[in-house]
Design a binder for this molecule. Sequence first.
Ligand code: MTE
Length: 312
Amino acid sequence: MMKEQITPEFLFLHRRELIQKGFLLGMASVFPKWAFGATSFPAKKNEKYGLPDKDLVLTKEDVATSYNNFYEFSLEKGEVKTKVEKWNFNSKDWKIEISGLVEKKKSYSVEELCELAGGIEERIYRFRCVEAWSMVVPWTGFPLARLIEKLKPKSSAKFVKFQSFSDQKIGSNMSELPQYPWPYTEGLTLAEAMNPLTLIATGMYGKTLPKQNGAPLRLVTPWKYGFKSIKSIVKIEFTDVQPKTLWSSLAPAEYGFYANVNPQVDHPRWSQATERILDSSFFPKRKPTLMFNGYEKEVADLYKGLDLAKNY
Ligand code: MTE
């Protein structure tokens, strides 16, 4: 029998496909893992976190990327996008220090953290600012819990503290606000950080995170007010004491540590009962705010025993 004749028909018919697959495998060994694998964009959609309500629509990308709170650059939401243009940003050089009560202390690149966490995915979340406006955003990122499991916190760790960059050469507005306890810091209990909803975002709208939205990585906790979602993180520290945060140091009566979205607890200067949906024709006026921003089922257990009427 001639050699060609003993090739099984299946292999013969699919030889072109198999050659292509072999080629791709070969390419994967030449290029870094993130260029191919579960850390490239656009990431796979996690269908469990699709549109959270049939009446909601995604906020338009140009609204979410041009109406920003990033006080290191400006107090004017519409100005942040132009102010960050001068920031000579390179995500490949960005390092995130993991420190405190944790075994795997080290400075990691963004790619290393994404790989450690097992890759990135897309999730659509509601986003509610303490100023009583809201959006619906498709984030890309990884659940913080998957990273924390790999970093192995010590049993004494009870909180996670996050810190933004503190370089005044980058944050051109920081010196204009000397009363602010820079750098921007935020914190979660370890249990909150481990909740499956808690995301470290590296992108939005299927692309890497724009500078004005907190490149190269930010926190996203959709049941809390937006100020908890700290941008451009440079340090994640595991501690046994509740961390001081920028807002709870600056105005403790207005911005608490938990900052869970709660329509029953007004901000001292305005009501939290309703919200203005940015960019939505469905709710031209205001819509009622939901307890825990609609994520009560997922997070209410974290706050058993806390008086929700005071839990701000
Ligand atoms: N992170 C840093 N480092 N600096 C900030 O000023 N503002 C917070 C939060 N994270 C802020 C920050 C506030 S008040 C909100 S509402 C959200 O970012 C806004 O996120 P967005 O601009 O992507 O909508």
